[in-house]
Design a protein around this ligand. Structure first.
Ligand code: SF4
Length: 688
């Protein structure tokens, strides 16, 4: 039976899913779109049906404890006491770093902040990271190198409405965030994607490079910009450093050579250069297709280099941006749940940052642990001799979403103790020793930072089911059991935000001037907001970049190709991504009937000739194998797909998990894994 929705009056809030954070109103569990700038009254199918999450019969309403191999209902006191006791035992036996914490890019700013503080102060562990490492960290690392700061889009989405030309690389917003595309209507749209996606269908020009070669493509277009006299010399001289060194790395990448590597014709490379240079208002936007590579940071920097050569970043009516994916992908990386960071986007190994944040937290700076392992490295270390043997997971379904998921599942199985805080029994929660049922988006107050760096108040619109508590309550109660003084871990979101403001003050992502009252009043506040009298910063870098000298950096990069290439045993390349109806690991959207009825099972897109060669036809079950595992998915023949490529969505559990195949090879700067390309083989699955 669905849970009954309590009667309340309509509340203005935001969608629970992606980083666009569309505005909506909730009347009980009934959703209506509202006129908010990023969505202008539009919602995608996920947003429209999101109210179903609030009444789902799959909702967890009581803590669960594993007894004799089975999860059994327990009281909150029993569950929290057990967590505190077991973690205390494990820490006593193996040290503070024996306990790891794994967060998520969908957690509110308050949760992300308190989770980082909980790990470092209450647990004293350095072993904390989050699933945003899987999806935005290369863009973040590249942005910091080039601009000195990382805000996905350093301008409002609505600025795109005045664009004459937009270059979208590895981004498929027509499927992942459909209302976004209304802002692209007036522009000459150029899409770079190995697949002919719904977004590519909207484009005037679609370039389909070989998977993993778009860095080379960026070099070719940049070469054409310079060789054809299209370089914005006055911008390069007045606002950047490093062009001469960059040119030494680009000069050897003339378009005809790039054509041989990417398959994109030299003529098309020159066409793109000419279109971008000729347009008055020009934007270059990247997303996961660019970032999820073992050289993803370099890939993003290659496109930033092109943008700088054209004089776009920090110019009125033009710019460079990255389309963040997860709901709080931006805020989630600013407040200290990353292994190497403290709140305010501060580096954890910076003595001044440690001293400042320790002062806010009321602890000695020397008590704060140093940097820990990044997400994949942390997961791969689970259960090893010097790795963590206990794991706390908040807002992540990592046995579906991590690369090489079979290996990660084995690691999680080997733990001495696993705690999962979630609203449903996700595939990861089902493996836990203790499951803590928590509230979701519309049942609690909290702030999110959308893909523009705008801070949004997501207000409580509905009472949670009795039995569910907030993540803030969980952290506060556990901290108390670990001997933390009363008040150090508040349960009220606004109180946590007030502390977060102080902790961020003076950092790159400065929230100190943002108050809940300003947000309640509907102010459009984009960070940095360094004072309550400050109006916020919708457009960054207009006067100067965030490096000390105020200038952007060209970052020389080189094409290296994917970490794993096809061979005789694995002759194809596989790439992964999302479909319109599902979000991330699908733990939420698979519960929504309207969504699941449309896409209910794993599938693999294959070119018809490739399918035929493998003995497969439309609708058959295929066995897709890589060096890390195999998955079973239903064949969809797609004539527009490159014959050397297959595509799998990553939303499905069990033997349909696309991430059983993916390669955990890491980018050296961001530690982001290579989800976007791995070598696979295709064969008919044996149907039992
Ligand atoms: Fe929600 Fe994103 Fe769809 Fe908007 S585009 S309704 S934020 S999932």
């Amino acid at each position: 039976m669905p849970l009954a929705a309590p009667t309340v009056t309509a509340v203005d809030t935001h969608c629970p899913y992606c980083a666009l954070q569309c505005g909506m109103s909730l009347d009980g569990a009934r959703v209506a779109p509202r006129d908010f700038p990023v969505n202008a009254g539009g919602l995608c199918q996920k947003g429209w049906t999101s109210g179903e999450l609030l009444t789902s019969p799959s909702r967890l309403t009581t803590p669960l404890i594993r007894v004799d191999g089975e999860l059994r209902p327990a009281s909150w006191t029993e569950a929290l006491d057990l967590v505190a006791r077991r973690l205390t035992e494990i820490r006593a036996a193996r040290g503070a770093d024996a306990v790891a914490v794994f967060g998520g890019g969908g957690l509110t700013n308050e949760k992300a902040y308190l989770l980082g503080k909980f790990a470092r102060v209450a647990l004293g562990t350095s072993q904390i990271d989050y699933n945003g490492r899987f999806c935005m960290s290369s863009a973040a690392a590249a942005g910091i190198k080039a601009f000195g700061a990382d805000r996905g889009m350093p301008f409002p989405v609505t600025d795109l409405a005045d664009a004459d030309a937009v270059l979208l690389i590895g981004a498929n917003p027509a499927e992942t965030m459909p209302p976004f595309t209304q802002h692209l209507r007036g522009a000459d749209l150029i899409v770079v994607d190995p697949r002919r996606t719904p977004t590519a269908e909207l484009a005037g020009l679609h370039l389909q490079p070989a998977p993993g070669t778009d860095l080379a493509l960026a070099q070719g277009i940049l070469h054409a910009v310079v060789a054809d006299g299209l370089l914005d010399k006055s911008y390069v001289v007045s606002r950047t450093n490093g062009f001469e060194e960059l040119w030494r790395s680009v000069a050897a990448w003339w378009p005809e050579r790039v054509e041989q590597i990417t398959g994109v014709s030299a003529a098309d490379q020159r066409r793109v250069a000419a279109k971008l240079a000729a347009a008055r208002n020009t934007y270059v936007l990247t997303a996961r297709g660019t970032e999820q590579h073992a050289n993803g940071t370099a890939m993003v920097n290659a496109w930033i280099n092109l943008s700088l050569a054209l004089g776009l970043p920090g110019s009125k009516g033009s710019g460079f941006g990255c389309l963040t994916g997860q709901g709080n992908g931006q805020g989630g990386r600013e407040h200290g749940q990353k292994a190497d960071q403290l709140p305010g986007y501060r580096k954890i190994d910076d003595p001044a940052a440690r001293e400042y944040v320790a002062g806010v937290w009321g602890v000695p700076p020397e008590s704060l642990p140093g940097p820990g392992r990044s997400a994949v490295e942390l997961l791969e270390a689970l259960g090893t001799e010097d790795g963590p043997s206990a794991l706390m997971v908040f807002g992540s379904n990592l046995v579906v979403s991590a690369p090489g998921a079979g290996n990660i599942q084995d690691k999680v199985s080997s733990l001495d103790f696993l705690v999962v805080s979630d609203l449903v029994l996700s595939e990861t929660a089902a493996m836990a020793d203790v499951v803590l049922p928590v509230t979701q988006w519309a049942e609690e107050d909290g702030t999110m930072t959308n893909l523009e760096g705008r801070i949004l108040l997501r207000r409580k619109a509905i009472d949670p089911p009795s039995g569910a508590k907030t993540d803030l309550y969980v952290l506060s109660e556990l901290a108390r059991r670990f001997g933390q003084p009363d008040g150090r871990f508040p349960t009220d979101a606004e109180t946590v935000f007030t502390e977060l403001r102080r902790a961020s003050k003076g950092g790159v992502a400065d929230y100190s001037g943002i108050t809940y009252d300003r947000l309640r009043d509907g102010e459009a506040l984009y960070w940095p907001v360094p004072a309550e009298s400050h109006p916020g910063t919708p457009r960054m870098f207009l006067d100067s970049f965030a490096h000390p000298d105020g200038r952007a950096r060209f970052v020389p990069v080189d094409h290296v190709g994917p970490a794993e290439l096809p061979d005789a045993e694995f002759p194809l390349q596989a790439t992964t991504g999302r479909v319109l109806q599902h979000y991330q690991s699908g733990a939420q959207t698979r519960l929504v009937k309207e969504l699941n009825d449309v896409v209910a099972e794993a599938f693999v897109e294959v070119h018809p000739d490739t399918a035929a060669r493998a003995g497969l036809a439309e609708g058959d079950l295929a066995l897709v194998r890589s060096r890390r595992g195999e998955t079973v998915a239903r064949v969809r023949c797609v004539a527009s797909l490159r014959p050397d490529l297959v595509f799998l969505p990553f939303h499905f559990p069990g033997e349909g998990r696309a991430n059983l195949l993916t390669n955990p090879a890491l980018d050296p700067a961001s530690r982001m894994p290579e989800f976007k390309v791995c070598a696979v083989a295709l064969a008919p699955a044996e149907v039992v």
